[in-house]
Design a binder for this molecule. Structure first.
Ligand code: XIL
Length: 359
């Protein structure tokens, strides 16, 4: 007999004894009311994701360090729901390399340690970007050779520091402009187009096995910009540049998700690279309504399915998970509520929709 059956029989005996069998009291037969059963699926996103060998993640930044119970809830929700983590800002140039001869790894190290303690993969974000560069770099006057040496030093130190602990790096971030040509910025302006190849080769030399990605926005669906990104990646591959994949940032508006994401993933996959959804959020104009939240849920489902339904895309990372902590309200005034959990860490319709898309 199972222990559970034993407990039931013991409980029955107690009930019989308590009912006063054989006494003269009137017996009243009532229909027992069944306990109210919640139909909510409490299985975590990472449980479903790992059953199908995919990764579901979130970027984290300030919330990770919230004091008190807020921080506890933030970190425990993160660890419970996700099997991948991205540093939203802590690995960017200005944070990790604040002075020419100073690297400050501690904040990013704490994220990587948290990820390891909770069985999560880490996406490194990002080595080469036109934004969030330290002032010592952007305010200096550098020759082309000096700028190349600075790029090589930065990539080598950061990638070597995390060798074996980071699964993929966004090596170059947002390097194509909206017009389809290379975006002007510190590195292109000082070094010229060769900085991109130099970045990938330097990252590969510093870690022989880490995934190396080009990450950008407005390349998720088939469009003029994603045609340029496609030609860019094909050219890198033709020249033997070590690139593993492409990150589709995926900062969308409710009702504005491109319908050609799956087709676009397929054409990149046919080149021989992987695709990750790297920064997914779907913002709405505030105040939110139940209709907007329902459309948002459908939109999330469409993006997640576009990734996980094919073999080339095994990673979906959200740009945060709680509306308590998101870059949207400050970057797009009047917009918000872009994530899976509300500000009180309660799951939104979008959460349930992502959860069922991962089943
Ligand atoms: C954003 C962060 O979310 C903000 O906290 C920060 O102030 C600015 O950068 N594309 C990217 C990310 O690749 O690095 C950006 O992150 C969002 C857009």
């Amino acid at each position: 007999m199972s222990p559970r059956a034993g407990i039931c029989i013991a409980a029955l005996l107690i009930l019989v004894a308590a009912s006063g069998c054989g006494s003269s009291s009137e017996s009243i037969i009532t229909t027992p009311t069944p306990p109210v059963q919640s139909t909510a699926d409490t299985t975590s996103l990472r449980t479903y994701a790992s059953r199908r060998n995919v990764y579901v993640g979130s970027a984290i930044d300030r919330g990770f360090r919230y004091p008190g119970s807020d921080g506890v809830t933030f970190r425990s929700t993160m660890a419970r729901q996700f099997n991948m983590l991205t540093a939203e800002n802590d690995m960017k140039h200005d944070r990790i390399h604040p002075a020419r001869d100073t690297y400050r790894f501690d904040p990013a190290d704490s994220l990587v340690t948290f990820a390891e303690a909770n069985g999560m993969r880490v996406r490194g974000h990002t080595l080469v970007f036109h934004n969030q560069l330290a002032t010592w770099l952007t305010s200096g006057t550098w020759t082309k050779d000096e700028a190349k040496a600075l790029l090589v030093d930065h990539i080598t130190k950061v990638v070597a520091h995390y060798r074996g602990r980071i699964a993929e790096w966004d090596v170059v971030n947002e390097v194509i402009g909206d017009n389809g040509s290379l975006r002007s910025g510190f590195w292109l302006d000082r070094i010229g187009p060769e900085y991109i190849e130099l970045a990938f080769r330097t990252a590969r030399a510093a870690d022989p096995t880490v995934g190396l990605y080009y990450n950008d926005y407005n390349i998720e669906g088939i469009s003029a910009k994603s045609d340029s990104a496609y030609a860019f990646v094909r050219d890198l591959l033709a020249r033997g540049v070590p690139i593993t994949g492409v990150g589709f940032e995926s900062h969308f508006q409710v009702g504005g998700v491109p319908t050609s994401i799956a087709a676009n993933i397929a054409r990149f996959a046919a080149l021989g690279v992987k695709v990750h959804i790297t920064e997914l959020d779907i913002r709405m104009q505030l105040p939110s309504t139940s209709g907007l939240l329902a459309t948002q849920a459908q939109n999330y489902r469409d993006v997640v399915l576009a990734c996980v339904s094919g073999p080339a895309c095994d990673t979906v990372v959200f740009w945060g998970f709680t509306d308590r902590e998101s870059w949207i309200p400050s970057t797009f005034p009047g917009w918000g509520d872009a994530l899976l959990f509300d500000s009180a860490y309660q799951p939104k319709p979008a959460f349930t929709s992502v959860q069922s898309s991962l089943k």
